[in-house]
Design a protein around this ligand. Structure first.
Ligand SMILES: [Zn+2]
Length: 310
């Protein structure tokens, strides 16, 4: 079987208020079909539908302050409460304390050590590698965990060859902003089905969609609505190509942000976790108390691998 973790940075469950929350406003028919017609909002409780399980997921981790990406992502990747271990929320990039956790036992390392295939499906442009090498940029938590487990980061060559996907799904940004004028540009639906196809080649794969957090920091409501409707189209392509009888899709986030555009900060809201597939594991859908630490054990259980222990 294959597990795909589709990670959406900075998407929380907010108020049903279309004046500040693009998730209360965007038309997202694919997503709402998974949730019996409901939207991704704080009032949408845990549920098991015909095709999906939905679990509101705590992201504050029992630590005061606004949740941040490095601690949230480290917690998702390890199942260990990274914010509690270092005593604060930290981000966006991991520091030495979090690097130690990410270089240790993570989902990537656990799958690789078991002799199974794992991948981070994002392609990175050459400028990214150059600025890492010059020390101008630090690896964020997800590529750090992948490389520490011995996995390669996919490059422009992999994107051209269809072995990886652009962070904006379609590759349009690589053409318009990164100077790759002949890079293949997919439709949103094609990008979704390509993600499903790539995921099938691995037992565990991860795709990081970070624009949602950037939008939460900067975007207008209208821009955020457009991006969410595009994301829904990608989900449509992905779910049409998804084999529910065999594979498990996990969609989740590290902290809230995009769901409250009345300010530019992360929020204290829970985040959504959506499970689609054979092992959608209705028993994982608990009425309360599910937090980011719960995601790694759930994925390891689906893959019949042992839990990570500190
Ligand atoms: Zn952020």
């Amino acid at each position: 079987m294959s597990v795909l973790l589709l990670f959406l940075d900075g998407v929380g469950l907010g108020d049903d208020d279309p004046s500040v929350n693009p998730l209360a406003r965007a038309e997202m028919p694919v997503l709402s079909s998974l949730l019996d017609g409901k939207r991704l909002l704080r009032t949408t409780g845990p549920m098991v539908t015909e095709r999906a399980g939905f679990i509101p997921t705590g992201a504050t981790l029992g630590v005061p302050g606004r949740p941040q990406s490095a601690t949230g992502q480290t917690t998702i990747l390890t199942g260990i409460n990274a914010a509690q271990i270092i005593g604060e929320h930290w981000g966006p990039k991991p520091d030495a304390r979090l690097r130690r956790l990410l270089e240790g036992d993570t989902l990537f390392r656990r799958v690789v050590t078991a002799g199974r295939r794992a991948a981070l499906l994002n392609a990175y442009p050459s400028g990214y590698f150059a600025s890492i090498e010059r020390g101008h940029r630090l690896l964020s938590a997800v590529p750090l965990a992948a490389t520490a487990a011995g996995l390669p980061l996919f490059t422009a060559d992999d994107l051209y060859a269809g072995r990886a996907l652009a962070a904006d799904f379609t590759g349009d940004g690589w053409r318009s902003r990164l100077g790759y004028t002949d890079v293949p540009v997919l439709t949103l639906r094609q990008a979704g089905s390509s993600l499903a196809e790539l995921a099938r080649q691995y037992e565990f794969s991860f795709f990081e969609y970070w624009p949602t957090d950037v939008l939460g920091h900067r975007a207008s409501l209208e821009e955020a609505v457009i991006a969410l409707e595009q994301l829904d189209a990608v989900l449509g392509g992905l779910l049409d190509a998804w084999d529910d009888t065999r594979d498990l899709l996990v969609v989740t986030s590290d902290h809230g942000n995009l769901e409250d555009l009345s300010h530019r900060h992360h929020t204290l809201n829970p985040v959504p976790t959506i499970l689609v597939g054979k092992r959608s594991m209705a028993n994982a859908v608990r009425p309360t108390g599910f937090e980011l630490m719960g995601i790694a054990p759930l994925i390891l259980a689906a893959l019949d691998l042992e839990r990570i222990r500190l």
